[in-house]
Ligand binder design. Structure first.
Ligand code: UGA
Length: 481
């Protein structure tokens, strides 16, 4: 019954057996599953919980609910080592674990605000079933002051006098497609706490990652990585750091896309501009790739939620509204480019390479690719698409297009191929073959993944984002021929 211990007794055990803890991770989406597997890998005993019983069954059968590099092996290895188990009974995990990470979804409401009903439901279950001391950590992306609400909730609803808890915020910064790498080698670990006890426990939980002292499941020979910064702050600030980070990254993308528009209008090269601007260490070169814009389950939703947070607090967040507007206009501008090239779209066969919102994931949530395809279908185009991982998920959203087994099949007979996700395997295509099977050798690259000179060398008409110089010799003016 060590899980019904009060703090002082729990602390005594920790001092003897310092690293190992029983941890419940509630929610097995991208953040929850990677967190659960990562914590198990560094030595903790973890129970991953999800109320979707089919997902739990799948995980217990050795399956994965989504594609994420390395994660499948990590989950399997820790299940076999009995450090990681999955369960759909939250009561059981809450009763057994002193540390509880909340990793449930916070989808947008119609107003743009985050829907916190799943977070509240988990809080209810915790207050019903916990005995003794608990550290409750919010990892779901939540608006500032959610931690405070949780604290109040636990004061009001705790069902027994033995339940005592700390609430902490520990925002997650992992990216889909490289989530496992980001768990083990984060730029920083941020914890928002209001007690030394909570800060100390979190430092203990993450010690192997902070010290980079684990056997790295991602790369060989990475033992000399420097200590990871551990940022301890109040709970409100930690919650805000997450929204501010995502909004800043989204702002960089919209900024460079705005510059790309100008480059096209005046005759400059957005790629070169971004490269040189990014060399300034104060700016940094990442997230300055022009393209069809950002998608996924985070940036679009977090921006909206953060705008609402600002608004509710009486602050002027117009800047972030513009970031969102610029991003949405990417789809119109790209479809306009397609129409400029093809003149009439109706009845024309168009190949699409890439459906996921970014490479190395099968996630199509708010994918710019699907938005472009929907617009082209509305104009009467015939779309044939290929994606190395995301076709199953795309089919559920867009059953009306033809899905192809490879990039060549999608290009066959096409008047144009649109590159909408920058999968590495598209770099290794046989260009002579692609050119030969297309009805017209025209590539519109929405991710700027190819070089103009190389594509011209392969005999393609090539249109990218943010190049002021003509993609090729334009059709001659009929008046001069
Ligand atoms: C993002 C953040 O990068 C993570 O730090 C954060 O933890 C995560 O959201 C989250 O809140 O959970 P993610 O959505 O996985 O991660 O993807 P990113 O790699 O950030 O890319 C987001 C979108 O921006 C993609 O559609 C990508 O194609 C686009 N992008 C990115 C650009 O258009 N240009 C760039 O230069 C970079």
């Amino acid at each position: 019954m060590w899980y019904s211990l009060q703090w002082a007794e729990f602390k005594a055990i920790l001092e003897e057996d310092c690293i190992l803890m029983n941890i419940a991770v509630i929610g097995t989406g991208y953040v929850g599953l990677i967190t659960a597997a990562g914590l198990a890998e560094i030595g903790h005993r973890v129970i991953g919980v999800d109320d979707d019983a089919r997902k739990i069954e799948l995980l217990n059968r050795g399956g994965m609910p989504f594609y994420e590099p390395i994660l499948g092996d990590l989950v399997k290895r820790n299940q076999q080592a009995k450090r990681l188990e999955f369960n759909s009974q939250i009561e059981d995990a809450v009763a057994k674990c002193q540390v509880i990470f909340i990793c449930v979804g916070t989808p947008p409401l119609e107003s743009g605000e985050a829907d916190l009903s799943s977070v509240e439901l988990v809080a209810r279950r915790i207050s019903e079933h916990a005995r003794g001391y608990r550290l409750v950590i919010e990892k779901s992306t939540v608006p500032v002051q959610t931690g405070r609400r949780l604290q109040k909730h636990f004061c009001i609803y705790r069902s027994n006098s033995q339940f005592q808890c700390d609430v902490a915020s520990n925002p997650e910064f992992l990216r889909e497609g490289s989530g496992v790498e980001d768990f083990f080698h984060p730029d920083r670990i941020v914890v928002g706490v209001d007690s030394e006890r909570a800060a100390g426990l979190l430092e203990e939980i993450y010690r192997p990652v902070l010290e980079q002292s684990f056997a790295c499941p991602v790369h060989e020979n990475c033992h000399n990585s420097p200590r990871v910064p551990f940022v301890v702050t109040d709970i409100n600030s930690a919650e805000l750091i997450k929204h501010a980070s995502n909004s800043f990254l989204a702002m960089k993308i919209s900024f460079i896309n705005m510059i790309a528009d100008l480059c096209e209008a005046v005759g400059a090269d957005a790629g070169k501009v971004a490269e040189a601007v990014g060399m300034d260490k104060r700016i940094g070169g990442s997230f300055l790739r022009p393209g069809v814009g950002f998608g996924g389950s985070c940036f679009p939703k977090d921006l909206q939620a953060f705008v609402r947070v600002g608004q509710n607090a009486g602050c002027d967040f117009t800047l972030l509204r513009e970031v969102e507007r610029i991003n949405q206009s990417r789809i119109d501008l790209f479809v306009k480019k397609v129409k400029e090239e093809l003149w009439v779209v109706r009845g024309k066969r168009i190949g699409v390479w890439g459906l996921a919102f970014k490479p190395r994931t099968d996630d199509v949530r708010s994918s710019p690719s699907l938005a472009v395809i929907r617009r082209l279908l509305a104009e009467g185009a015939l779309v044939r698409a290929h994606d190395p991982q995301a076709m199953e998920k795309a089919k559920a959203e867009l059953p009306e297009i033809e899905y192809c087994a490879d990039a060549y099949a999608a290009a066959e007979g096409a008047e144009a191929v649109l590159v909408l996700t920058e999968w590495e395997e598209f770099l290794r295509l046989d260009w002579a073959k692609v050119r030969q099977i297309m009805a017209r050798p025209l590539i519109l690259d929405g991710r700027n993944m190819f070089s103009r000179a190389t594509m011209a060398g392969h005999g393609f008409e090539y249109v990218d984002i943010g190049s002021g110089s003509p993609a090729r010799e334009r059709l001659p003016d009929p008046k001069t021929v």
